[in-house]
Design a protein around this ligand. Sequence first.
Ligand code: HEC
Ligand code: HEC
Ligand code: HEC
Ligand code: HEC
Length: 366
Amino acid sequence: MSFTQRNVLTWLVLAAATLLAGCERPPIEAVQHGFRGTGMVQVYNPRIVADSIPLNALPDAVPAAAPGGPAASLVFQNVQVLGELSVGEFSRTMVAMASWVAPEQGCTYCHNAQNFASDEKYTKVVARKMLQMTHKINADYKSHVAETGVTCYTCHRGNNIPKNVWFTAKPEARSDGLIGDRAGQNTVSVAGAYSSLPEDPFTPYLLEAKDIRIIGGTALPTGNRHSIKQAEWTYSLMSHMSTSLGVNCTYCHNSRSFASWETSPPQRATAWYGIRMVRDLNNDYMTPLTSVFPAHRLGPTGDVGKANCLTCHQGAYKPLYGKSMVKDYPGMQAAVPPVAASAPEVVAMETTPPVAMAPAMKVAAK
Ligand code: HEC
Ligand code: HEC
Ligand code: HEC
Ligand code: HEC
């Protein structure tokens, strides 16, 4: 081979490598998901599934507490949420929280070791709100989390800050160049599965309650505000939902009509409740903590880190592949069983979903 021939060959190999770098290496497996003939097939890459298995493994269990003992509220000074737990179960909950949220720092991540009752560390104030949020999810969002429920570990997985949180993107100044107003899109969007779709579909849909629609409800444009922008946001959110769960669009839709509920698999209804749940968590629990967090924890517009589908799911169709930890941790459940006969009566929580399900969805969710 001459020098030039070898040079050309090298270039060809390099060019092929560059072209194919964006492709996923085989094998690819296809699993039928919907009715035969509908093409509702889930496409998996076993290598990627294998990577997400250790990520969604259960942590070591915290040994059970000795039964009995007085209520924590009778023993400690500043217990506002977990007061009905027995002292033993309360301490076990603290050990579990430390291992799920601050395994390296331990108790002093949230406490002044000289005075455990003090609320001087912001992390303790945040953790109390997180306890209330976890209780809320497990009691009032069974429409999404079922009996599986969540614990701090579902989101935190041993990290102080969950690995996947989002901040509202800072609006860019309109440039005078060729590009003009980028309007938060047209570069690589991580949220939108590396497409050029909007980079932040979360602010309109998982904080605000903009309509997630593409097809207008009326023939005439009167009152039909289903703009191109809204379509792009919708597709970006849908891409985020698919990648967060490690599934294709057909996990929740029959692509014959993305809008039709009648032909959608029941998972779409679960997702519908999930969108409402995440919106509520961000508005009712995360945003009110804004002034509690130090400045270095806040985003470019001064907002707190918020949750999306990836925060819990982390590539699995159910977080931790559907394994439940809640049943082993009474401290993560809202209605803690009373420990003594004199304990205050536990008020039953409202369990009806926030919005009534459309009749068509009930059929789909059968
Ligand atoms: C992620 C934050 C966090 C970690 C880590 C943590 N705690 Fe706590 N701790 C709290 C919160 C929040 C409360 C208040 C609970 C409530 O209001 O019901 C609390 C309350 C307490 C109290 C009650 C103090 C009183 O008198 O009011 C004790 C005791 C305690 N924790 C011990 C521990 C121990 C021991 C560890 C380590 C094994 C630990 N905590 C780790 C957040 C944490
Ligand atoms: C739905 C997901 C979710 C669950 C469940 C959850 N957290 Fe969080 N947690 C977050 C998010 C999001 C943040 C905010 C990150 C930010 O603003 O920087 C956060 C922040 C925190 C922080 C502040 C850490 C720091 O260094 O600033 C503490 C402490 C914390 N959570 C404790 C807990 C505890 C304890 C539990 C369980 C009782 C829990 N979390 C459950 C999502 C969750
Ligand atoms: C985990 C379930 C899930 C996955 C995966 C999913 N979607 Fe959706 N999709 C939904 C839900 C739920 C809605 C309705 C949202 C609402 O009304 O709040 C929706 C709405 C839509 C709409 C709007 C329909 C209308 O009424 O105008 C389109 C279009 C759509 N999805 C396309 C897609 C595409 C394309 C993908 C793959 C990239 C995808 N979806 C993946 C659950 C899902
Ligand atoms: C607070 C944690 C959490 C968040 C955030 C979350 N999920 Fe889930 N999700 C769960 C749990 C737990 C389950 C398992 C419920 C069960 O066992 O049936 C689940 C189940 C599901 C399922 C049913 C899967 C199946 O095969 O039955 C879908 C679909 C889903 N989630 C979509 C979403 C979407 C879309 C989002 C974002 C809008 C989201 N989830 C956000 C915790 C969460």
